[in-house]
Design a protein. Structure first.
Length: 265
């Protein structure tokens, strides 16, 4: 009886969690002012550095089936995958994001190369061994990691890769900022810690991880005072300094802001 009650409670908690995530992101994607407020941190330079590294891990995309996992309204990655010859299916829990991306696909006449679907990332409606690649950005840390990892492995072909860009949860300064800005995120999201990465990789034969932005976080001072030129200059310098530091003292990698995880089945 107790086990039955526990099951029903867990199921109810899961339904509430997913509804909260959907409601939050429907509102977030519908209100451009909220997106712009958060995007001050995800500067073009940050996004490009992370995405360029991620796509370098994919290899040749021509003719490969790619799942864009939790795509939100990020149009540039979708366009890049298609331009490189991939056949793309994109999913998101947010109906607002799905509608925005469907309109983009129609407008850009990409219907023959991409399909946008509203779907639960923890319960994928795809066949086993269907995709060559899975890509996601800032998605895993919103999910039940065990369920998501199992589903991603299930729909990947043998030898297929899953590449994720995710925030890390080890830097005390970043965590303090997260603590004092709760409205900027859902209550259940959980930036990845070392144990979370270990959980993700259990369903895969190999895992490669590269962390980004430790000293480079200092460049964002110039963002706050709206000096874009100095931000771009110091950001480049600090990124290079990070690479040097990590070679000498790898321990500091754990205090980075972001990571790119490359998994192979």
């Amino acid at each position: 009886m107790d086990m039955n009650n526990t099951f029903h409670k867990d199921r109810a908690d899961e339904i509430i969690r997913k509804k909260d995530e959907k409601d939050f992101h429907d509102k977030f994607f519908a209100e451009s002012a909220e997106r712009k407020a958060q995007e001050k941190f995800y500067a073009k330079e940050v996004k490009e550095l992370l995405f360029n590294y991620a796509i370098s891990q994919m290899g040749d995309l021509k003719g490969r089936k790619l799942l864009y996992y939790g795509c939100g309204i990020n149009k540039k990655p979708l366009s890049k995958f298609i331009s490189e010859g991939a056949e793309v299916k994109a999913i998101d829990l947010s109906s607002e994001a799905v509608e925005i991306m469907k309109k983009f696909i129609i407008k850009e006449k990409l219907n023959d190369y991409a399909e946008m679907l509203e779907m639960d990332a923890e319960k994928l409606s795809f066949d086993n061994n269907m995709f060559d690649l899975v890509f996601g950005s800032a998605i895993i840390h919103h999910l039940d990691i065990r369920k998501a990892s199992s589903e991603i492995s299930r729909i990947l072909k043998k030898g297929g890769k899953a590449i994720f860009i995710e925030p890390l949860g080890m830097n005390p300064i970043i965590n303090f900022y997260r603590l004092v800005t709760p409205k900027d995120r859902t209550k259940d999201e959980h930036p990845l810690k070392m144990g979370d990465v270990d959980t993700v990789k259990k369903n895969f034969t190999s895992c490669r991880q590269k962390n980004f932005f430790f000293l480079a976080l200092g460049a964002f001072f110039w963002k706050y005072i709206r000096n874009e030129a100095l931000f771009r200059l110091t950001f480049k310098i600090f990124v290079k300094a990070d690479n040097c530091l990590f070679k000498v003292v790898p321990f500091f990698k754990r205090y980075c802001w972001c990571t790119v995880i490359t998994l192979q089945k």
